[in-house]
Ligand binder design. Sequence first.
Ligand code: 0O2
Length: 221
Amino acid sequence: AQLNDMKQLREEFTRFMMLYKFGIDEVTTKLSILQEEFSLVHDYNPIEHLTSRLKTPESIIHKVKRKQCNPSFDSIRASVMDIAGVRITCSFVSDTYRVFDMLTGQQDIRVVEVKDYIKNPKPNGYKSLHAILEVPVFMSTGVVPVMVEVQIRTVAMDFWASLEHKIYYKYNKDVPANLVGELRAAADTANQLDLTMERLHDEVKKFEQSSVVVPTTTRAT
Ligand code: 0O2
């Protein structure tokens, strides 16, 4: 009986994780379509790159313990909302909101929660626009709503966050004060870079708009 229980649990876990993988597939397909449409039609692409990850079983268990939630599939589903994660990197801050609006404006997406760490950065300097989205996944037995966490940030925010993440885990979540201070300062530098790049981008856009040449036909005499 124990062996059968284990077999059943394994099947249930595989199905549980599979749905999140499909959730990621749904969201990345939507984003790839936007990305391709933008490059073909608008001659400009607000999405620099896309990455995705499924939370590891160890990391899920860790969060279940931290949140003190019941270790049943149903309560994990309800309280661990970042099992499926998609990260979108944009060139400019304005693009992060543009991509957010384009994605969340889609009919079949339900926005469950938004955390705007771009407007309200974390005390350590972390910036990113987070949203928990619920997307429908169409299975043979019917439609299943799946939660996907989307993180949208600029290249500069991403550069900062990847290094901070590495440092945080290297020091086992107890980063020395001097490094915390330097990271804070680096976040300000990244922010300055974002502001400058956005301003330059706006200037080039204005220049392009003002110098649109109306084609004239010239006649050889
Ligand atoms: P990993 O390895 O990326 O999966 P909640 O889920 O609402 O209970 P939580 O987890 O604090 O609470 O949610 P929040 O604040 O939205 O952050 C979730 C994710 O954002 C993290 O996932 C990180 O990916 C990223 N993040 C948040 N704060 C920081 C930060 O200070 N530095 C960096 N580098 N990333 C951050 P995980 O599960 O922590 O990690």
